[in-house]
Write a protein that binds this ligand. Structure first.
Ligand SMILES: *Cc1c(COP(=O)(O)O)cnc(C)c1O
Length: 360
């Protein structure tokens, strides 16, 4: 068995310990004689799996009692619609456009009401986070929406926007559980787990209880009402059972690693190895304004598309997979999520050094 260093932006690397545990339990989960994939979501055994997953997540993120945790499906992209359907009471919301995912959420919201662009970094190919300390936020906005870590462009909000009292809704897909967060600063935050937490097919929504109501836009499908899932503890219908089980294992792994403070420390240490190299390299350079850099997604270029292509190909041969940048931006991108060991980043930097020597 040979595991390579996988820098995929998502679905992405998962902790080896978790994969091994899941493999060992594949045919017989804790003496049940069946796989978690094969059991009823109404069984006692499964109930314990989903309840423990939620409890561990609450503990990890210090989620207050008055926030609900929902395990949903349909992709983060479906939540782009669920957000306005559930939260646009006055049919008006503000969006900060820091990349493709924020833009897609904004365009989706326009179907359901008035979506207002409060700020954007499109003028410089989303390579920075705009100043959000004093935005023009009118009183009738239902919420302010951000994509907190921009997976494609490699930027992250290091200060949340000043929403002037409006509810903050954040897509945290690619920074979920990478560092501690103060949940109370958000009305709602959500993540597709396939970036940093688990297999594709599960979205986790953390939402303040008072924002969940029957008052949704007309025609909102039952399955897209947050209330449906909140009232049924994410068991209204068959949830993505196996995916939630793997997420639960990752939560336990994170706890065993020392929790989110420790993850932040590790992630900072790990990202520094790569950023320090990019800052000193004469061939490679990072594409993001320094103060807005993400700890999770690191885009970089040589400035020569042909050389970029050669680098990606050579890296692949050397066992570094998925370093090609997003199809819309080109260049390279190393996604270095929680489960990427520091050794993986060190090995990548060593390889980049060698490539630079050879291509002077
Ligand atoms: C990947 C990604 C999405 C889209 O997720 P899907 O589950 O494929 O719909 C949305 N937002 C962010 C920040 C992402 O990284």
């Amino acid at each position: 068995m040979a595991r390579i260093y996988n820098f995929s932006a998502g679905p992405a690397v998962l902790p080896e310990e978790v994969l091994k545990e899941a493999a060992a339990e594949m045919l017989d989960y804790e003496g049940c004689g069946m796989s978690v994939m094969e059991m009823s979501h109404r069984s006692k055994v499964y109930d314990k799996i989903i309840k423990e997953a939620e409890a561990d997540l609450r503990e990890l993120m210090n989620i207050p009692e008055h926030y609900k945790v929902l395990f949903l499906q349909g992709g983060a992209s479906l939540i782009f619609a669920s957000v306005p359907m559930n939260l646009m009471k006055h049919k008006k919301a503000g969006y900060i456009i820091t990349g493709q995912w924020a833009k897609k959420a904004y365009q989706e919201a326009k179907i359901y009401g008035e979506a207002i662009e409060l700020a954007s970094s499109a003028d410089q190919t989303f390579s920075y986070i705009p100043d959000c300390s004093d935005l023009e936020i009118s009183d009738d906005l239902d919420y302010v929406y951000i994509c907190e870590n921009n997976t494609i462009y490699g930027t992250k909000y290091h200060t949340l926007p000043n929403t002037k009292g409006k509810i903050l809704v954040a897509d945290v897909s690619s920074c979920f559980l990478s560092e501690p967060v103060d949940v109370t600063k958000y009305g709602m935050l959500y993540a597709g787990v396939q970036k940093n937490v688990g297999p594709a097919g599960v979205q986790i929504v953390i939402i303040r209880e008072d924002l969940i109501s029957d008052e949704v836009l007309p025609c909102t499908p039952t399955m897209m009402k947050f209330k449906t899932h909140a009232d049924n503890d994410s068991l209204y219908n068959t949830p993505p059972c196996y995916g939630i089980y793997i997420c639960g294992k990752v939560f336990r792994w994170l706890k065993a690693m020392g929790g989110l403070e420790e993850m932040k420390r590790r992630n900072e240490e790990k990202a520094k190895v790569l950023y320090d190299f990019l800052d000193e390299s004469k061939l490679f350079r990072g594409t993001v304004r320094k103060e807005d850099r993400s700890l999770m997604n690191v885009p970089f270029v040589t400035g020569n598309a042909e050389l970029d292509g050669l680098f990606v190909a050579e890296a692949k041969k050397a066992g570094f997979e998925n370093l090609k940048g997003h199809r819309t931006v080109g260049g390279m991108r190393a996604s270095i999520y929680n489960a990427m060991p520091k050794e993986g980043v060190e090995a990548l930097v060593a390889f980049m050094r060698k490539f630079e020597e050879e291509n002077k």
